[in-house]
Design a protein around this ligand. Structure first.
Ligand SMILES: NC(=O)c1ccc[n+]([C@@H]2O[C@H](COP(=O)([O-])OP(=O)(O)OC[C@H]3O[C@@H](n4cnc5c(N)ncnc54)[C@H](OP(=O)(O)O)[C@@H]3O)[C@@H](O)[C@H]2O)c1
Length: 240
């Protein structure tokens, strides 16, 4: 009997993460739906299971060492390995204030989730990812993390210091992990889902979660010829 592939998606109780979980489960993955809140997590997992999908809530707050370690232990207890990790959980607090007016506490809280969270989660699940034949990790980044784009567009594009720079840092973290783990067959890439209607931006984004999930699913299911250490949106590579 062939083993079902498994995936963990952080911040998957709503928004883009929930759609990523739904898509992976539709493709036959057993999906651990990461959520920090029990009610939100169980409700989302139950809804997806009612569509006939193999989805289970996994308690996971990416800012808490013990929560992440406990989540890794639960996944380990149920199977020998983990095929896909999607570091999707992210926040944006008072993100549209000009850089000169941003509150350091907001920037720090943003980094806690968007930067330190993916490091913590990736390190905790690494033994399970290394046990898989060809694991894939996707960091859900943003085009606002592109320094090249910011410089190219001058003052035409948004200037989100705290949130944008957290994604720039996440891009650097993607490359660092990818360089270390490539010899062991793991591919790690960053995905920019585009401006999407979710809670994160008060549903002002113009893309749907289905559109946003597309690049993430592509990078989560790359074959052996696929890229490593890249930064992509639907149209291809983005400037760093
Ligand atoms: N929407 C866009 O336009 C856009 C564009 C580019 C990139 N992104 C990125 O896409 C990802 C998903 O965002 P979204 O738009 O789908 O936002 P969303 O609807 O607000 O969802 C964010 C998810 O992250 C979770 N989360 C927040 N803090 C967490 C923590 N400490 N531990 C675990 N989970 C936590 C949230 O859980 P709770 O419900 O418990 O808060 C929620 O499930 C983020 O990384 C975001 O930066 C979004």
């Amino acid at each position: 009997m062939t083993r079902s592939k498994t995936a963990v998606v952080t911040g998957a109780n709503k928004g883009i993460g929930r759609e990523i979980a739904r898509r992976l489960a539709t493709m036959g993955f057993k999906v651990w739906l990461g959520a920090r809140n029990a009610e939100r997590g169980t409700v989302a997992a139950r809804e997806l299971r009612s569509e006939g999908l193999d989805v289970q809530w996994l308690e996971l707050d990416v800012t808490q060492d013990e929560s992440v370690a406990a989540a890794a232990r639960i996944v380990e207890a149920e199977g020998p390995c983990l095929d896909v990790l999607v570091n999707n959980a992210g926040i944006a607090i008072n993100y549209e204030l000009p850089p000169s007016q941003q509150h350091l506490a907001d920037v720090r809280a943003t980094y806690d989730v968007n930067v330190f969270g993916p490091i913590r989660v990736t390190q905790a699940f690494l033994p399970l990812l290394l046990a898989a034949p060809a694991a894939r990790i996707v960091m859900v980044s943003s085009s606002t993390g592109s320094i090249g784009r910011a410089l190219d567009s001058g003052n035409q594009s948004v200037n989100l210091m705290g949130y944008g720079s957290s994604k720039t840092a996440l891009n650097a973290i993607t490359v660092a992990f990818a360089r270390e783990l490539a010899p062991q067959g793991i591919k790690i890439n960053a995905a920019a889902p585009g401006y999407t209607a979710t809670d994160l931006n008060g549903f002002r984004g113009h893309r749907t979660v289905q559109q946003a999930a597309e690049i993430v699913i592509h990078l989560a299911t790359l074959d052996a010829d696929g890229p490593n250490a890249g930064y992509f949106n639907d149209d291809g590579p983005l400037p760093w």
